[in-house]
Design a protein around this ligand. Structure first.
Ligand code: GLN
Length: 202
């Protein structure tokens, strides 16, 4: 069994450092990934938040799009937060027509779904498979999930107290790929990253 798996953080754009720190705290060796050779070595990959259309373009510029698709098809465990969730989706609404995504989770995601009035907000969530206190979820121009395929497990939804967005799906898992609309890397609570590191070990 791998004790400290090697987990890459896609380091083209976005909140890379926060994920590296969270993974390190969660029992993984964490490295930034910018080149196909670096991608070859990792046991799992995190796709951070940022701007999904920009990351899509940079994936092509850095010649990582096809190698990443290939590794995901081969079963590489992955975790995407926010823009990373968008990139992992099989279908994306309200994006640019030329934006690429990776199709690692059978789901339809809407970008910037929570609307202009509530660009950023926080909420406490029940998260399937995580025991103890609820998870503090920080949403920043976040997507939500509008459709999940039959193989996709819903891990978290916006709670009733959040008003109009109540019930929206904000965390999912398909096999060894997970995605959250929100940013656990900014809160200091490592339980989502620990869940991912466990998935990679498994
Ligand atoms: N709105 C961004 C996008 O569409 C995602 C925001 C984020 O990652 N915090 O890619």
């Amino acid at each position: 069994m791998m004790t400290r798996p090697l987990i890459g953080v896609l380091a083209l754009q976005g909140d890379v450092r926060e994920h590296l720190a969270a993974l390190d705290d969660s029992g993984a060796d964490a490295v930034g990934v910018r080149r196909p050779e670096e991608l070859d070595k990792v046991d799992g990959i995190v796709i951070p938040g940022g701007e999904s259309t920009t990351m899509s373009r940079l994936l092509q510029v850095f010649e990582l799009l096809d190698p990443l698709r290939e590794r995901l098809r081969g079963g590489l465990p992955a975790y995407g937060s926010c823009a990373g969730m968008i990139l992992l989706a099989s279908e994306v609404l309200d994006t640019r027509p030329d934006a690429e995504h990776l199709g690692a989770i059978d789901m339809t995601v809407r970008r910037n779904a929570f609307g202009r009035q509530v660009d950023s907000f926080e909420s406490d969530l029940e998260f399937e498979g995580i025991i103890g206190d609820p998870i503090r979820a920080v949403f920043i121009r976040a997507p939500w999930v509008e459709r999940v395929g039959p193989g996709v497990e819903v891990l978290a939804q916006v709670p009733a107290a959040a008003g109009e967005a109540a019930g929206r799906i904000v965390a999912v898992r398909q096999g060894s790929v997970i995605a959250t609309s929100f940013h656990p890397e900014v809160t200091g609570d490592r339980r989502v990253h620990e869940m991912f590191v466990d998935l990679v070990r498994g």
